[in-house]
Write a protein of this length. Structure first.
Lengths: 368, 156
C-alpha cells in the first residue's frame, strides 16, 4: 500500500514535471511547435465461452494518454507520454510510457536519451497507446505492458542511436543501450532494483520501397542471481534472456493493401535448468475500400513454455494466469475524421486453460 | 407582341454570346508553392512538392540546406487548402491529419504549422529556411514575392 501510494504520487510528480518542463521550454523559446494531445479508446466487448458456460458483456474504459512533443530547435525534439488508467487490482495508476530527448544529426544518425519503446519489430514502436493510429482494437498480447498481462518488457531507459533511409535499400538501424529487464521501475531513471548488467537491443532493416519495412531485432539481457524480472520476482537462477524478432510491414497512408507480420522468440537460457522459449506471431492484413473504410483480419499465436519459473503463476497486476493462446479477429475500421476512428471486430480466442471464447469487440478511438 | 418578340430575341442573343459576363466562369484558382529564398532549390515538380511537404522518405531535409523540412498548412476549410490536398497531396484532410499524427506519435516529428492567412504563410516561409507552403498566386504581390521563392504554380 505504501509502495502504491509512493508510486502514485511519484507519477504525479513526473506528470507535473513533464508538463511544466515542456510547457516552460515552449514558453521560453516561443515555440509554435509544441503539441499536446490526449488519446483515449473506450469500448464494449461481449464474449461467450460454451465450455465455461459463461458470457461476459464488458465496457472497457481504457486509459487516458497524454502525449506531448516539442521542437527545441531544428535538430532537437522532446517527447513525453503519460498513461493514466484504472486497474481493478491496483487502483488508479499513472505510468510514464516515454520521456526522451532526441537529437537528429543527419538521417543516418540520431541520438535519443530517456525512456522509450524498445525497437523490436514494427508494432511496438508505432502504435502502443495511441490506438487511434493502431489498425485493430487490441494490442497484441505479447506486446501488452506487464500491468496488462504482457510477457516481455517493451520499454526501457537508455541511450539509443538510430538512422533511417540510408542508401538505395533504405537501410535503417537502432542500437539501444539500456537498463534492461527489471530495472526500469525507478522513477526519473533511478534503478531501485537489483541487477548490474546493461541490456543491448539492436534492430536492422531495409525499406526498399516506400513504407515496406523488413527488419530483425534482438534484445540481450544478462540476469545474474538476485536480479528481478519485470514482474518484481527474483529470477530462478542466473540466466540470459534473448528476444529475437522478425518483422515485415507495409502500412501506407496512400496504398490500398496494408499488412504486418511479426514473429517473436524469447529464450530463457538458464545455467542449470533446461532452456525455455516463448514463441509468438502476429499477422494483420487490411484493405482500404476508400479513405474511410478498412476491413481487416488480425491473428495472433502464442506458444507459452510450460514450467518456466521465470513467469509468476498469475500476473500480479491482472490476476490472470499465463498460457498459450490463439486469437482471430475479423474487423472493420471506419475513420470519421483525423480525430475519431470507430472499430468493430468479430473475435475468437482460444486459451489453454479456458478453451474457445467468441464474441464481438468495439472501440471508439479518439484524439483531442 | 412585338415587345415580347424583341425581348426573346435579346435574351437569345445574350445567351448565345460567348462574351457576356454571366456565363463567364469565375477565375480559376491558382496556387503558388513557395520556399525560403535561401533554399538552393529553384524548381520542384508536383510530385517533389508532395514528398517534401509530407516529409516522406529521404525528403525530410532539404539537400544543400541541411535543414529539416517545415511544411506549412492553412487553418480552416478554405479553397486553396482543398485544391492543394486534391492536386498535390492527393489525400483527404482526415488522412493528412492521421498521417502527421502518426509521424508525431512514432518519431516525435512535429505536424505542419497551420496559419490563418496567405500573408502569415509568406511571412513564415520568409523567416524559416526549411519552410514550404502554398498560397494563392494572387496573394504574391511584387513586394511579398521578393521575400520568398516560387518553385511551381498549380491550377485547377
Amino acid at each position: 500500500m505504501d509502495k502504491k501510494y509512493t508510486y502514485f504520487f511519484g507519477c504525479r510528480f513526473v506528470f507535473t514535471l513533464v508538463f511544466t518542463t515542456v510547457l516552460g521550454v515552449s514558453e521560453i523559446l516561443g515555440q509554435e511547435s509544441t503539441s499536446i494531445r490526449f488519446y483515449a479508446h473506450p469500448g464494449f466487448d461481449y464474449f461467450t465461452n460454451p465450455s465455461q458456460n459463461s458470457s461476459s458483456p464488458y465496457f472497457r474504459g481504457g486509459p487516458l494518454v497524454l502525449f506531448i512533443t516539442s521542437k527545441i530547435n531544428d535538430k532537437v525534439s522532446v517527447a513525453g507520454e503519460l498513461n493514466m488508467h484504472y486497474m481493478a487490482t491496483t487502483g488508479a495508476e499513472m505510468e510514464l510510457e516515454r520521456m526522451y530527448i532526441k537529437y537528429d544529426y543527419r538521417n543516418y544518425l540520431n541520438f535519443s536519451v530517456g525512456r522509450m519503446y524498445s525497437p523490436i519489430g514494427f508494432w511496438n514502436v508505432n502504435y502502443n497507446f495511441g490506438l487511434i493510429l493502431q489498425p485493430n482494437i487490441s494490442r497484441p498480447r505479447i506486446l501488452n505492458p506487464t500491468h496488462d498481462g504482457g510477457f516481455i518488457q517493451t520499454r526501457d531507459i537508455g541511450l539509443q542511436l538510430g538512422g533511417d533511409n540510408i542508401g538505395k535499400a533504405g537501410f535503417f538501424y537502432r542500437v539501444l543501450f539500456s537498463n534492461g529487464i527489471g530495472r526500469n521501475g525507478g522513477l526519473l531513471g533511478v534503478p531501485y532494483k537489483l541487477g548490474s548488467q546493461l541490456s543491448y537491443t539492436f534492430q536492422l532493416g531495409i525499406e526498399p520501397i516506400e513504407d515496406l519495412r523488413i527488419s530483425a531485432s534482438g534484445v540481450l539481457n544478462d540476469l545474474p542471481v538476485g536480479s528481478l524480472t519485470q514482474f518484481d520476482s527474483p529470477v530462478p537462477e542466473a540466466m540470459k534472456s534473448t528476444l529475437l524478432t522478425a518483422s515485415i510491414s507495409h502500412m501506407s497512408i496512400d496504398k490500398k493493401f496494408e499488412f504486418i507480420a511479426e514473429g517473436y522468440a524469447n529464450t530463457h537460457d538458464y545455467s542449470v535448468q533446461p532452456d525455455k522459449t516463448l514463441n509468438g506471431a502476429i499477422v494483420y492484413m487490411g484493405y482500404k475500400v476508400n479513405s474511410k473504410v478498412v476491413p481487416y483480419l488480425f491473428a495472433e499465436f502464442l506458444d507459452f513454455p510450460t514450467n518456466d519459473a521465470y513467469y509468476p503463476a498469475v500476473n500480479p497486476y491482472t490476476n490472470q494466469s499465463y498460457s498459450s493462446s490463439s486469437e482471430y479477429n475479423l474487423g472493420l475500421r471506419y475513420r470519421v475524421n483525423g480525430n475519431l476512428v470507430l472499430k468493430g471486430e468479430l473475435a475468437a480466442l482460444n486459451q489453454d486453460q479456458f478453451g474457445w471464447s467468441s464474441g464481438i469487440k468495439t472501440q471508439v478511438a479518439f484524439g483531442f | 407582341m412585338k415587345k415580347v418578340f424583341s425581348f426573346l430575341v435579346l435574351i437569345t442573343i445574350f445567351f448565345l454570346s460567348t462574351n457576356h459576363s454571366i456565363s463567364k466562369s469565375p477565375a480559376a484558382l491558382e496556387l503558388a508553392i513557395i520556399i525560403n529564398k535561401d533554399n538552393p532549390i529553384e524548381k520542384l515538380s508536383i510530385t517533389e512538392v508532395r514528398l517534401y511537404w509530407m516529409k516522406r522518405g529521404t525528403q525530410k531535409s532539404w539537400p544543400g540546406l541541411k535543414t529539416t523540412v517545415l511544411p506549412v498548412d492553412r487553418k480552416g476549410n478554405i479553397a486553396e487548402k482543398s485544391l492543394f490536398y486534391k492536386l498535390v497531396v492527393k489525400l483527404s484532410e482526415a488522412e493528412v491529419d492521421s498521417y502527421f499524427a502518426a509521424k508525431q506519435y512514432q518519431n516525435s516529428e512535429s505536424p505542419p504549422v497551420k496559419l490563418n492567412s496567405d500573408k502569415e504563410v509568406i511571412q513564415y516561409v520568409a523567416d524559416n529556411k526549411g519552410a514550404i507552403g502554398f498560397v494563392k498566386t494572387a496573394s504574391l504581390t511584387d513586394e511579398l514575392r521578393s521575400q520568398v521563392k516560387l518553385v511551381v504554380s498549380i491550377s485547377e
